[in-house]
Design a protein around this ligand. Structure first.
Ligand SMILES: Cc1ncc(COP(=O)(O)O)c(C=O)c1O
Length: 364
């Protein structure tokens, strides 16, 4: 796909044409006024001022980036890596990601054309949605969800459609529920496993069923794999395009180093998907941020080269700390059961009868 520059509308609307203007001008753009701030970040800011309160608001390990990764970043600065990089991201990091996927899941992605390095998974989500949504396109979002999803969808012109799962299914939606929510305007399913905030992890069979349904209905699937390595107990992570390869041409993966390598502050994520989507998303990024900071990409590359044993170590440490903290809160006679995936273990921490509106209210 070639992405052509769009002509500015000001050249096509005659200066005196009042009908073409909005009824009342607002100081800030309506598009922005309609977007609520991230409730989780607000919560985070309040909790940061309260020394005796444990913050479960923001998904990040409470230990710092491994020292070897920090050293890689520092060394790169000293050796002069202080310049712009390609809009796609450094080729070293893209190759490391491609190698990682090949080694872990046996899937081949072209580091030149199918991978874009972004400012965290957050920007990956935004540019990927902007690359495929037209105004009015509906995006099905299993709920409860990370609060940024619906706002990223709206900012890209789309319409989020909630499909609510509760504790009876382990907070996992079924194909029947997804099909009931599908309309002629549905273009995308936004899928996440392991999920935040529920910690739900879908089984391979469930992922296969959902992926096959999406492929059969001609839908895009945007799958958020940011918690890929934070799974516990018997639960196993499965990547949707690996389980359902026939979906690959309409499947976009977003991911990043934040959770896996305790690198939330470095802001490195990526989009992996079909060439036309990656090219369009790169075009958008080239005008917005140009590229992710060079030093952060070098450090992320260091993280990607760490062994899987190290990755497991980070996951186990998070799990242990979550368990210990829950024990502290509830007392020794009520053992904690942290969820299968990363998340606050929704079933344990909120009122089961709360409806999803109330739940969102609690998160905002
Ligand atoms: C489900 C989910 N996806 C994406 C992100 C954003 O990740 P990043 O820090 O790489 O932007 C978060 C952050 O909490 C998250 O919970």
């Amino acid at each position: 796909m070639t992405v052509e520059p769009v002509s500015p509308p000001s050249t096509t609307v005659p200066a005196g044409d009042a009908a073409a203007r909005p009824a009342a001008r607002t100081r800030l753009a309506r598009r922005v006024l309609d977007v609520p701030p991230s409730g989780i970040r607000k919560f985070f800011d309040v909790l940061a001022t309260m020394p005796d309160v444990i913050s479960l608001g923001v998904g990040e390990p409470d230990f710092t980036t491994p020292p070897q990764v920090v050293e890689e970043g520092v060394r790169s600065l000293r050796s002069g890596r202080t310049h712009y990089t390609s809009n796609y991201g450094t080729i070293e990091l893209r190759r490391a990601l491609a190698r990682h996927l090949e080694k872990l899941y046996g899937v081949a992605y072209d580091p030149d054309k199918e991978i874009l390095v972004t400012v965290g998974a957050s920007e990956a989500l935004g540019v990927a949605l902007a690359a495929i949504l037209d105004p009015g396109d509906e995006v099905i979002v299993p709920a409860p969800y990370w609060t940024t999803y619906p706002e990223s969808i709206r900012l890209a012109g789309g319409v989020p459609v909630d499909v609510v799962a509760d504790e009876t299914t382990g907070y996992r939606v079924s194909v029947e529920q997804l099909e009931a929510a599908r309309t002629e305007n549905t273009k995308v399913l936004l899928f996440v496993s392991p999920s935040n905030p529920t910690g739900a992890v879908y089984t391979r069979e469930q992922i296969e069923e959902i992926g096959r349904w999406a492929a059969e209905k001609g839908l895009w699937v945007l799958t958020d794999e940011i918690y890929e390595h934070l799974v516990y107990g018997d639960a196993e992570f499965h990547s949707l395009p690996v389980v359902v390869p026939e979906l690959r041409d309409k499947c976009i993966v977003v991911n990043g180093v934040a959770k896996t390598y305790a690198m939330t502050g470095w802001r490195v994520g990526w989009v992996i998907g079909p060439k036309d989507v990656v090219k369009a998303a790169t075009n958008l990024q080239s005008h917005a941020t140009s590229n992710v900071s060079n030093v952060a990409q070098v450090a992320a590359d260091g993280g990607e080269r760490r062994t899987l044993r190290d990755v497991g170590h980070v996951g186990r440490r998070v799990r242990l700390q979550v368990g210990r903290r829950l024990d502290d809160v509830r007392g020794a006679d009520e053992p904690a059961h942290p969820p299968a995936g990363h998340g606050i273990g929704l079933g344990d921490s909120v009122d089961h009868d709360a409806d999803v509106g109330e739940l969102r209210h609690q998160c905002r």
